[in-house]
Design a protein around this ligand. Structure first.
Ligand code: 4AD
Ligand code: MG
Length: 435
């Protein structure tokens, strides 16, 4: 009996007979030689079947083989330097587990997206294609990298709630639900809760799904996305700028180390990623506005940057760029005003290079009770809902800061793809929630 092995481990079995359990990804034929490309989740391998080395019956059955049929195949592993994984399999036998009839995604599926309108409703099958496979593995590495980065630095993970009684990032993008007769909202950010937790643990982070009912149909917007949010007591704006640089450099390095094959599948230019080294560029909002004006773009001081502006600013740098000190009036209530200039806040956004736009938003938080209370009043926020949050400024308040990194936008940038819909297993897009 041949041993069941995974494709990613085949190199350890050169010359041995093994069993592969997987699916038929593709097939080709050139007369007396037939090629079956199998995938088993861990990788892809070409299996070669030569007439005369297997039973005539098996050889003839090749033409009946259909894409995505499930197969158990037995063969001998052969070193093949030109093959992507360095090996091929010489087929001895195979058995179909279930024959897939008329697989609805065409054979050229990995050669770019034929039509997203067709593929999105087939996401449950599209996930099997090579590029999507590569993307989910890069996502996995980023998620593991996030955990490792913070634990190596002695942060404590704090899980923030998904059901919340109030808004963090503005009331216009809340998904409302019913909580035993009371309104509740899906979390827009775990920030307010990690602010509480950092007063208990010093260095904390939360990492989970985040919801924004944004009526935006852009390549950067999802209704449900995953955000990691570190929050640190006694950190000021400069401290989180440094932490965010270290963090992003770490994630890029991790993907380069662990997912080179996947980046190749996606056609990513690795040289651009190898340049992601600290220090990153840091500019003020005012300097960013100047870059836009120098490029001849029309922009008023006080406006927020949209996708086009972010692209234009980031194109001026090879590393990510941190833009700090935005006008206070376009930013949320919790951001601390700059004592040197109360028109701006002590915040930072990190824009990815190559026009990928914002991947991080963060700030130093308002830590003074009276100032924060005034802010709530100015913004007409229901103080009752935020009393617990104000408590944090009453009992041992300290300067503290944090940021949020959206992992889908980070994946899109690192992978060099165009749209966030491919960076998450089952994207929730404007008015699209199937499958
Ligand atoms: O800038 P945002 O809204 O910041 C916050 O939520 C803060 N409370 C975070 C904090 O300080 N703890 O969002 C942070 C990041 C963005 O930079 C972006 O990467 C991502 O979350 N993001 C989205 N990603 C996909 N789709 C959306 N609709 C997103 N909105 C934000
Ligand atoms: Mg933001």
């Amino acid at each position: 009996m041949a041993k069941w092995v995974y494709i990613e481990d085949l190199k350890k079995f050169i010359g041995e007979e093994v069993e592969i359990r997987g699916w038929l990804y593709n097939k080709r034929s050139s007369g007396k030689v037939k090629f079956l490309i199998l995938r088993d989740g861990s990788g892809f391998v070409q299996c070669v079947m030569v007439k005369g080395t297997v039973s005539d019956e098996l050889f003839a059955s090749f033409k009946e083989l259909t894409l995505e049929s499930s197969i158990v195949l037995v063969g001998v592993v052969r070193e093949e330097k030109r093959a992507p994984g360095g090996v091929e399999i010489d087929v001895k036998d195979y058995k179909i587990i279930q024959k897939a009839v008329d697989y609805p995604i065409p054979k050229v599926r990995e050669e770019n997206i034929p039509d997203v309108g067709v593929l999105l409703p087939k996401r449950h099958l599209w996930l099997r294609s090579k590029k999507q496979w590569a993307l989910m593995r890069i996502r996995d590495t980023i998620e593991k990298g996030i955990e490792d980065f913070f634990h190596e630095r002695k942060f404590v993970r704090i899980d923030s709630p998904i059901l919340t009684p109030s808004a963090c990032e503005g009331t216009t993008t809340l998904f409302k639900t019913d909580y035993f007769g009371e309104p509740a909202y899906l979390s827009q950010s775990g920030q307010l809760y990690v602010e509480a937790a950092c007063m208990a643990h010093g260095k904390v982070y939360c990492f989970g799904p985040t919801f924004r009912a944004e009526k935006s149909k852009t390549r950067r917007h999802l209704m449900e996305f995953w955000m990691v949010e570190p929050e640190i007591a006694f950190y000021e704006l400069d401290d989180i700028m440094s932490l965010s640089e270290e963090f992003v450099e770490y994630l890029v390095k991790r993907v380069l180390e662990e997912r080179e094959e996947e980046l190749h599948i996606l056609g990513r230019d690795l040289k651009k990623l190898e340049k992601i080294k600290r220090p990153f560029a840091r500019i003020t909002y005012d300097e960013a506005v100047k870059i836009l004006k120098d490029k001849g773009m029309e922009f008023e001081w006080g406006d927020d940057f949209g996708g086009d502006e972010e692209t234009a600013i980031s194109e001026a740098f090879e590393t990510p760029v941190i833009v700090h000190r935005y006008p206070a009036k376009i930013k949320p209530f919790y951001m601390k005003r700059d004592p040197e200039n109360p028109d701006v806040v002590l915040n930072m956004d990190m824009l990815a290079p190559e026009g990928y736009g914002e991947i991080i938003g963060g700030s130093q938080r308002e830590d003074d009770y009276d100032t924060l209370l005034k802010r709530f009043e100015e913004e007409n926020l229901p103080i009752e809902d935020y009393k617990w949050y104000l408590d944090l400024r009453k009992y041992g308040s300290v300067p503290h800061s944090g940021f949020g990194l959206g992992i889908e936008r980070t994946i899109v940038w690192i992978s060099g793809i165009r749209h966030v819909r491919e960076s998450i297993p089952f994207p929730r897009l404007l008015e699209k929630i199937y499958p």
